[in-house]
Ligand binder design. Structure first.
Ligand code: COA
Length: 179
């Protein structure tokens, strides 16, 4: 690039280039470096750019689990092995409470979130405090999961409900008959 460097960021061209490359680094090598740097010990964990572990000392992530771009884990969240968490998911085990004397929200009330082995939370899924997503469940894009799910279920919607299940012999998605 030969044109003069112009930016509103205060960064040099080289700094800007490094940050741009970093944000694009959603690949197995860099995602596994990122997991190690964030202190995740379990083997084979990958964490994509922009994913945030808030209160990391309360978060557990199992082997070979993937945490997608800009996903947010907050508080007591336990994620099992071989779990896939897509981009822009939010798993917050912390809720605020309303202070009647001050008429605003603040502080916290906590309830743990558990994501069991082999779950897929697809893009934009929200899991609310106190919920367990059981083994092998598929949560469809943008669902908000407010209650515990059965194993090997397909879950969708707001609030999320079961719309199918996984065939354990073939792996096929079996959709409930809506008639
Ligand atoms: C779950 C998913 C993979 C299923 O895909 P599929 O097997 O092709 O299923 P279909 O699109 O045929 O959908 C089957 C039924 O479920 C419904 N459905 C699918 N996704 C849904 C969603 N996110 N919310 C509500 N309903 C949904 C469909 O409307 C359809 O019902 P219908 O027959 O009454 O129209 C897909 O819908 C999805 O959510 N993909 C997101 C992928 C993603 O997040 N990728 C990022 C990488 S992690």
């Amino acid at each position: 690039m030969d044109e003069p460097w112009e930016t509103t960021t205060g960064l040099t061209r080289e700094e800007f280039e490094k940050f741009t490359r970093y944000c694009q680094a959603d690949n197995p090598i860099d995602n596994s470096n990122r997991a190690k740097m964030l202190g995740v010990d379990a083997e084979g964990v990958q964490i994509a750019p922009g994913a945030t572990l808030r209160q990391p000392e309360r978060i557990t992530i199992g082997k070979n689990t993937f945490i997608g771009l800009f996903t947010y884990l907050n508080g007591e969240v336990t994620v099992g092995e071989r779990v896939l968490i897509g981009p822009h998911c939010c798993l917050s085990a912390n809720n605020h409470i309303f202070f009647p004397e001050r008429k605003h929200f603040g502080g916290g009330r906590q309830a743990p979130i558990v994501i069991e082995d082999g779950v897929w939370l697809s893009a934009g899924v929200q899991v609310t405090a106190g919920v367990t997503v059981r083994r092998g469940t598929l949560v469809c894009a943008n669902a908000t999961v407010t209650h515990d799910t059965p194993e090997f279920a397909i879950i969708a919607g707001i609030p999320a409900g079961q719309i199918g299940h996984i065939d354990l012999e073939t792996g096929e998605y079996i959709w409930d008959d809506k008639a």
